[in-house]
Design a protein around this ligand. Structure first.
Ligand code: FEO
Length: 171
């Protein structure tokens, strides 16, 4: 069974993953309003991934015999100036998520909960990818620097992203 501290930390994380989904849905909506359908698609897929993360952590809490807590999910920002600002915020947000994931992994290690530590390693590795993806897109947007033709090319590239459930149902 999970310790009380780990159950609380994982509960906060599962709620935070749903907040991430809210945030990316808000960004997706803003990108759609800017006419950037590909950016909107990329962010919508990102939101779907966050919901999968939240559900995965929720199920793990139950599997370990604890009861998840439900927090209020705050309203995400509604106004974003441009795609560059959106991806700056994506990167800043993912860096905060990384810190939170690392804190839970550290707590699991301190409590010698090897199973939870192992569970958190998937998220530690995932965060490397999350930060890398956001950085790559942000760097491209900086290079594009107001060139609308190049922005349309990037938008087309981002329109190809599809959601793949990282945790397919067990057979
Ligand atoms: Fe679930 Fe973007 O971290």
């Amino acid at each position: 069974m999970l310790s009380g501290n780990l159950a609380k930390a994982l509960s906060n994380q599962f709620n935070a993953e749903y907040y991430s989904a809210y945030l990316y849905l808000a960004m997706s909506s803003a990108a759609d309003a800017m006419g950037l359908k590909g950016v909107a698609n990329w962010l919508f897929v990102q939101a779907q991934e966050e919901m999968a993360h939240g559900t995965h952590i929720f199920e793990y809490i139950l599997e370990r015999g604890a009861a998840p807590d439900f927090n209020d999910i705050i309203t995400p920002p509604a106004v974003f100036s441009d795609a560059g600002r959106i991806f700056e915020m994506v990167l800043e947000h993912e860096q905060k998520v990384t810190a939170s994931i690392n804190n839970i992994a550290t707590l699991a290690m301190q409590e010698s909960d090897h199973a939870c530590y192992q569970f958190m390693m998937w998220y530690v590795n995932e965060q490397v990818e999350e930060e890398s993806n956001a950085t790559e897109i942000l760097n491209k947007l900086k290079l594009i620097s107001g060139n609308n033709g190049l922005l349309m090319n990037l938008d087309a590239e981002l329109s190809t992203r599809v959601f793949v459930n990282p945790f397919p149902a067990k057979a």
